[in-house]
Design a protein around this ligand. Structure first.
Ligand code: ADP
Length: 241
């Protein structure tokens, strides 16, 4: 499903966190919102999710204005930096939870929940660990569970906010490749927030480079790398070459 932000402005106590931002996220693409801390990435994500309301402008899902839709109606899958798994539930129960909160019409029942949860654990390569609790997993494994739980809801849009931010460099690199593969298999419309330029360039179909509440550039990783419009991205290229 296409998601569009049309001249979206968001003020907090008159402070403009986003200035009339317009962006079209294409159905099935993985787009990275890239920018330094405070550039408005999370605010844009929260507006798409319906966790915040725009001060002006609108968010559209397909052709429909999403303004009056609740978070649940928007059917968003969320993965945050800090796992937010249920600590008292094992891995299978965490993923099953995602299946049980689906709208009634598409909610599986009984044995089907188990079958589908096991399938999702297989997709995120955690088969065999279903009886473990989150405290018995590594950080990378926990984020895999978080993603399986988000996918279980069959979201129309998947929003990932610095999902690998708390992990070390080696694990981040592995998860990047892995997420790319999962995306290619599942094809969800996905928005990935990061301040890590290497991560965005490697992972995304397109990048949306943000700075001080504005969108500086939108393009493929190659286009942004070759002709960066923002000094933020240019800084990375200078540092790595
Ligand atoms: P990023 O995700 O790029 O780090 P954010 O979207 O979190 O940036 O923040 C953008 C700006 O909006 C920052 O200056 C931040 O302090 C401000 N901001 C975000 N959320 C709130 C809030 N709930 N109340 C006040 N200011 C906020």
């Amino acid at each position: 499903m296409d998601v569009r932000a049309e001249r979206v402005r968001k003020e907090f106590d008159r402070f403009p966190a986003l200035h009339d931002v317009s962006l079209k996220i294409q159905s099935g693409e993985l787009i990275a919102l890239l920018g330094p801390s405070g550039s408005g990435k999370t605010t844009l994500l929260r507006l798409i999710a319906g966790l915040e309301r725009p001060t002006s402008g609108r968010i559209l899902f397909g052709e429909k204005d999403a303004s009056d839709r609740s978070v649940q109606e928007r059917n968003i899958g969320f993965v945050f930096q800090h796992y937010a798994l249920f600590r008292h539930m094992n891995i299978l129960e965490n993923v099953s939870f995602g299946l049980k909160v689906r709208p009634w019409a598409t909610r599986p029942a009984g044995a089907e929940i188990y079958r589908r949860a096991m399938e999702l654990l297989d997709l995120v390569q955690l088969s065999g660990l279903e009886k473990r609790f989150p405290s018995q997993l590594s950080g990378g494994q926990r984020q895999r569970v978080a993603l399986a739980r988000a996918l279980a809801t069959e979201p129309r849009v998947l929003l990932l906010d610095e999902p690998f931010g708390a992990l070390d460099a080696q694990v981040r690199r592995e998860l990047r490749k892995w997420l790319r593969e999962i995306h290619e298999r599942t094809g969800h419309t996905t928005v990935f927030v990061t301040h890590d330029q290497e991560e965005a360039l490697e992972l995304a179909d397109r990048l949306c480079v943000m700075s001080q509440g504005r969108i500086e550039q939108v393009g493929t990783p190659d286009a942004v790398y070759d002709t960066p419009a923002s000094p933020f991205v240019f800084g990375f290229i200078g540092a790595s070459s």
